[in-house]
Design a binder for this molecule. Structure first.
Ligand SMILES: Cc1cc2nc3c(=O)[nH]c(=O)nc-3n(C[C@H](O)[C@H](O)[C@H](O)COP(=O)(O)OP(=O)(O)OC[C@H]3O[C@@H](n4cnc5c(N)ncnc54)[C@H](O)[C@@H]3O)c2cc1C
Length: 314
């Protein structure tokens, strides 16, 4: 029986691990299938406080991991596949995927399982993802494209937001959408349509990310769905804005999720759930900010709330 289990080793889970470990709780941390979380898929992080020259994503989360280990956090390579709660005692069971199918029991639980950005699944995309020209986050990577042409793919509110944000840096933003109207709210759509720095390419399906001899992105090839012609849209950066998949299926039926699958935080600190002793942190419970520092802040709050809950209930 564990005092506290933390699911996830992104910024949220590792910050929760630092706080829980420093409170003497010896947290057990399940790493999931992406140790270090989403930041390990990028090179340069320039907006995490404390690093005036920037830091690469892998080093940043590896530092957090070692910091928590120094105070007693323990790590296991496992992915939770299902959560159950014993009625009465409130003990939580985490069933895990994998050959041994181990089941872990705990009094308190912090869920920081993040999201998986949706990608297009076209040739060239994976090779250029994370620091090589393909991104899923304009707030994170937009500033790297000062004075260059970029493409945003998508037609919802987040695609419009990404496109508008990128006009601050890019010489031209190309918005590529597979339909002939935007799915976004009218106000966002109007802003995009009226912006001189944004060129829209309606009815176009992305088919390939094309690179140059140095391995950098040079163009997006897209197929016109009306004529069947494939055109090349020259660009240095491609921002895929077709949504994120929250990693929350394991909690279905036990915790509240919104229509898009994000966990719904409640209670004090904005990190509680309807199950006593279960707390949520980071992108899996935050559809809005989706930034490393915001996830870390929520991880801190979740660990402090869990420690208080354990003091009063376990
Ligand atoms: C290419 C790219 C560049 C980015 N650049 C920046 C940037 O410059 N600045 C910035 O602030 N943000 C950036 N971000 C966003 C940032 O990475 C996220 O906001 C942050 O990682 C969220 O942290 P998290 O801990 O909530 O989730 P994640 O980092 O997604 O971590 C989730 C963790 O949960 C684990 N997990 C998942 N499912 C389970 C399960 N069932 N059981 C156990 N564990 C599980 C995973 O293995 C992983 O360790 C970038 C994102 C991307 C994709």
């Amino acid at each position: 029986m564990e005092n506290i289990i933390i699911l996830g080793t992104g910024c949220a889970g590792l910050t929760a691990a630092i706080y829980a470990a420093r409170a003497g709780l010896r947290p057990l941390v399940l790493e999931g299938n992406l140790p270090g979380g989403q930041l390990t898929t990028t090179t340069e992080v320039e907006n995490y406080p404390g690093y005036p020259e920037g830091i690469d994503g892998y080093t940043l989360t590896d530092n957090m991991r070692r910091q928590a280990a120094r105070f007693g956090a323990r790590y296991v390579s496992a992915t939770a596949s299902r959560l159950s709660v014993t009625p009465g005692s409130g003990v939580k069971q985490l069933h895990t995927a994998g050959a041994d199918g181990a089941c872990y029991e705990t009094h308190a639980l912090v869920i920081a399982t993040g999201t998986t950005p949706r990608l297009l699944g076209i040739p060239g995309e994976r090779e250029h993802f994370g620091g090589n020209g393909v991104s899923t986050c304009a707030t994170c990577d937009g500033a790297f494209y000062e004075g260059m042409d970029v493409v945003v793919v998508g037609g919802g509110d987040s695609a419009c937001e990404e496109a508008l944000f990128l006009t601050r840096f890019a010489s031209r933003v190309h918005l590529v959408h597979r339909r002939d109207t935007l799915r976004a709210s009218e106000i966002m759509a109007r802003r995009v349509r009226g912006h001189a720095g944004i060129a829209t390419h309606w009815n176009h399906l992305p088919v390939e990310v094309r690179g140059d001899a140095t391995g950098k992105v040079r163009a997006l090839a897209a197929k016109n769905r009306t004529t069947g012609d494939v055109v090349e849209i020259p660009c240095k950066g491609l921002f895929v804005a077709i949504g994120h998949e929250p990693n929350t299926h394991a909690f279905e039926g036990v915790l509240d999720r919104d229509a898009n699958g994000y966990l719904v935080p409640t209670g004090s600190g904005g990190v509680g759930t309807r199950v006593g002793g279960v707390f949520v942190a980071g992108n899996c419970a935050d559809p809005v900010y989706q930034q490393a520092i915001a996830a870390a802040g929520m991880g801190c709050r979740a660990a402090i709330e869990a420690e208080r809950w354990l003091r009063e209930n376990a």
